[in-house]
Design a binder for this molecule. Structure first.
Ligand SMILES: *Cc1c(COP(=O)(O)O)cnc(C)c1O
Length: 382
């Protein structure tokens, strides 16, 4: 996910459009941290955590070093480890399942729903064993999972629910913001995410104060007080400079989300006008809105037949695009010891052959979107 601007074409992301209008606000926030000489923790981190809680209307926020570390720390804080199983999706960024291996537990994959690309809740119950400790649903591309079903299953089996909200800040499952529905919401502030820093950063939104205290201890080497260490932890802190930038950017995150949503709706309309209305037999299927919740369009991802040829064609036309994801995790080398095979998760494997993200960022112009749609329809008509 590069945020670079290509002056001649249409990039997949264009961070300059969100940063330029507030550039001096952001640099003065950085300057304040520099002048305070408090580079670790301090006011910018606690202010950002408090603002993040207010934004979500519930939960206890703990700033962390990255989205990957947020997922890892949630597992560590809950004592998930060797002999335990954690259920998740094979169709996600590698972090989601990598952290399960890092604590010594076993990822158990469940296939996805073909329309939402999220874990298919109806297949979860059959994968639960006496060793299952947690489930990590991923709100992929900004579309919320069916949290009601997942909640019911996890409640009954006594599982910890860690929502991977890395791509979905601001999305809603029914009327609830993602991250407020499980035991933990894990967020990433990688620069191209819905709320992005000027570097790496992450957050756990915890459902109770008690869990937040465990997370705070884990982020600080398992300390219970200065110099006294009670459990395994590490240095998982959010930088003060990042917190200062993120606190300023938080004021704009809803405006940027609304702009992406408007851009997504325009794409859907332009594709429909070009004859692509979401029928299964069409060569191109645009993403659907969430009829019950709210899609935050962290990425706008189409399903395209001849996807690789289309991606090459767009690249030649200087239009940015990205294959999120072209290989599901159960087929990746780092998970091969789990013994999964091609064919185990046919829906995820099918999606991996067809998905393509196209430019849909806050500030993209209607003209640019028309150019993208013309290029794509031109590809299929030629
Ligand atoms: C980006 C991402 C992560 C990891 O976040 P980092 O901040 O890059 O470590 C985890 N899960 C998903 C689904 C992501 O998209």
């Amino acid at each position: 996910m590069s945020g670079n601007r290509d002056s001649s074409g249409i990039p997949l992301f264009d961070l300059s459009l969100v940063h330029e209008p507030i550039f001096s606000e952001l640099t003065s926030a950085v300057e304040q941290v520099a002048k305070s000489n408090r580079f670790i923790n301090g006011k910018s981190v606690s202010d950002f955590e408090a603002a993040f809680e207010r934004y979500h209307g519930s939960g206890y926020a703990v700033g962390l070093s990255s989205g990957t570390d947020a997922l890892l720390v949630a597992l560590m804080a809950m004592g998930v480890g060797p002999g335990d199983e954690v259920i998740t999706t094979p169709f996600t960024f590698v972090s989601t399942a990598e952290v399960i291996l890092r604590v010594g537990a076993k990822p158990v994959f469940v296939d996805i729903d073909e329309h939402t690309f999220c874990i298919d809740a109806k297949h979860i119950a059959s994968k639960i064993t006496s060793r299952t400790k947690a489930i990590i649903p991923v709100h992929l591309f900004g579309r919320a999972c069916s949290m009601e079903e997942i909640h019911a299953i996890s409640e009954q089996a006594g599982l910890v629910v860690i929502e991977d909200c890395a791509q979905a800040m601001g999305a809603r499952a029914r009327s609830n913001l993602v991250g407020t529905l499980g035991d933990f919401g894990a967020f990433s502030f990688f620069p191209t995410k819905n709320l992005g820093g000027w570097g790496d950063g992450g957050m756990l939104l915890c459902s109770t104060r008690e869990k937040a205290l465990r997370v705070k201890s884990t982020r600080d080497h398992g300390a219970i007080k200065k110099g006294r260490y009670e459990s395994m932890g590490g240095n998982f802190r959010l930088d003060s400079v990042q917190a200062a930038v993120l606190l300023r950017k938080l004021d704009y995150v809803d405006e940027w989300r609304q702009k992406r949503q408007r851009a997504a709706r325009l794409y859907n309309r332009l594709f429909a006008e070009a004859g692509f209305r979401g029928h299964a037999s069409d060569p191109l299927i645009p993403p659907s809105e969430d009829p019950q919740g709210e899609h935050s369009f962290g990425l706008y991802v189409i399903r395209a037949s001849d996807r690789d040829e289309l991606a090459d064609y767009l690249a030649q036309s200087s239009i940015g695009c990205g294959k999120y994801y072209d290989m599901p995790l159960h087929l990746q080398g780092s998970f091969s010891h789990l013994g999964y095979e091609r064919g185990d998760f046919p829906v995820a494997e099918g999606a991996a052959r067809q998905v393509l993200a196209i430019p849909c960022y806050a500030g993209i112009t209607e003209e640019a979107q028309e150019t993208v749609v013309q290029a794509i329809t031109g590809f299929y008509n030629s």
